[in-house]
Design a protein around this ligand. Sequence first.
Ligand code: A3P
Length: 252
Amino acid sequence: GQQTQLTEVAGILLQTSTVGNWSQIQNFEAKPDDLLICTYPKSGTTWIQEIVDMIEQNGDVEKCQRALIQHRHPFIEWARPPQPSARNAKDCMVSYYHFQRMNQKLPDPGTWDDYFETFINGKVAWGSWFDHVRGWWEMKDRYQILFLFYEDIKKDPKHEIQKVMQFMGKNLDETVLDKIVQETSFEKMKENPMTNRSTIPKSILDQSISPFMRKGTVGDWKNHFTVAQNEMFDEIYRKKMEGTSINFCMEL
Ligand code: A3P
């Protein structure tokens, strides 16, 4: 049933369910100790949510298992209510493509070649990757923002988790940190019903098409991009990201 249409609000395509909450989103006021996670879709939202909750609960797995991840971290557009996390655009595009194949509440992505155009033009739900990443990157020194990279967490989870811990004003033991690293690994989170979104009905997320916890790697774009697409992408990227100092790791 992928007849779903997106609706444009303030220049950004959104799911219809989100559009109804637009005024709520605009009127949202953070409290001083609120922690907002501001990821572009498919950049490791679920991963950082679990890391933050594990830190918050001092590494207590039982407490983290108390509820589904989407209830522990309500989406701002769906409930009341910065920590941007970015993933390189190529892997993000691949992940988003497979997500749109299996998400029955998003439009059918069409072929990979079709989707390549759609993504580059920012014609995806929640807007353009380029605008999101540029916007937060330019904002990061002006506010209390911790900017994280998916690839960094993949490369050295303990180091990055430690950064999140410090940002949250926490001080956890080495052993607790190690436990958080283990519990938030791709393998663990793929098996964990509280994080793998397996309880969401098939009419919304059809995990037989593509699992929510799909691959969790850096560099899967190489299995999707043709040489020509890669060259075209690099050219467009250079133009759209001109003037920023942001630097993405594309393979580990
Ligand atoms: P892939 O589709 O490349 O596998 P989001 O939560 O923002 O929707 O992002 C989903 C992406 O993050 C998926 O990427 C998913 O596999 C990956 N992911 C989720 N948990 C992860 C973890 N613990 N380690 C690495 N990647 C993870």
